[in-house]
Design a protein around this ligand. Sequence first.
Ligand code: PBG
Length: 344
Amino acid sequence: MSHFPAYRPRRLRMSENLRRMVRETTLSPADFIYPLFVVHGRKVKREIPSMPGNYHWSVDMLPREAEEIAHLSIPAVILFGLPASKDPVGLENFADDGIVQQAVRAIKDAVPELTVITDVCLCEYTDHGHCGLIKGERGGSPRVLPSSQGLPEGTILNDETLEVLGKVAISHARAGADLVAPSGMMDGMVAAIRQALDEAGFAHVGILSYAAKYASAFYGPFRDAAQSPPRFGDRRSHQMDPANAREALREVALDIEEGADIVMVKPALPYLDVIRMVREAFAYPVAAYNVSGEYAMVKAAARMGWMDERSVALESLTAIKRAGADMILTYWAKDAARWLRAEG
Ligand code: PBG
């Protein structure tokens, strides 16, 4: 027999209890943030075709859903709104009776302890589908700042957009949001929102920043759900190049400097290295977004009978946590909470 070292890894794998004793990472419902898509209308609970098991909800349906989520011990939801109409600025985005503002109030009235996070971006509200104001779009930029004067028409304007983001954050805070989550990857968005919130008397409202958000094809199903695909062009002028990891550290450092309370890496599974790097470089809570494409791929494969959804989902979520995420935004939040409960 060849030389065998004394350590025999299989000893600690011989029973379920031994495996439980040496397990390094455990999932809990407290790790999850559940995304909800809110639409106008009444009595709407419409399944999103590209994301089976997730729905478009009207506001009147949210109290029951919020109770169910809280009952599953999930601590937080993140809200995405589909407005009644779109325009170049996205006016409903910061309207007092906007869809997200109504949803926040409805959820907070019903289940005050459920943490409500709101996505802060322009793309679901603008008719061009971009995350910022567009130079040259009718009404798109009422006043182009000097810094943007040399830019060609069609450019996403950065500093002009910051003002809108500040207004959106304030209106979400006024409705009762606990955290706002800017996802548009505009330079300076966290600083602008922090300043706007502070000046409006919302110093207690935190910022979960989509700090390292990649220009990813894994957002495909979400763009169906949020009806937010760009009408022309793409998002590569503001979202990160998937080839870059060191740059993520610069993005995160900047957001922390600007006042972010929690920093997010998005997507999750193809970017576990980035999650790990951010975890090791910063002493701030790290969120990871297990995005629509990561979910839809597994759903589709499970439907084909090619993979077991539950095992793949729990393995994926465990891997995201193992990589260093403190919290995971996931469309599996409710299912996973139930599966974990069943496992005891
Ligand atoms: C932008 C936003 C997007 C997602 C969350 N916020 C879409 C995008 O950047 O195109 C994607 C989430 C997912 O794919 O699950 N408001």
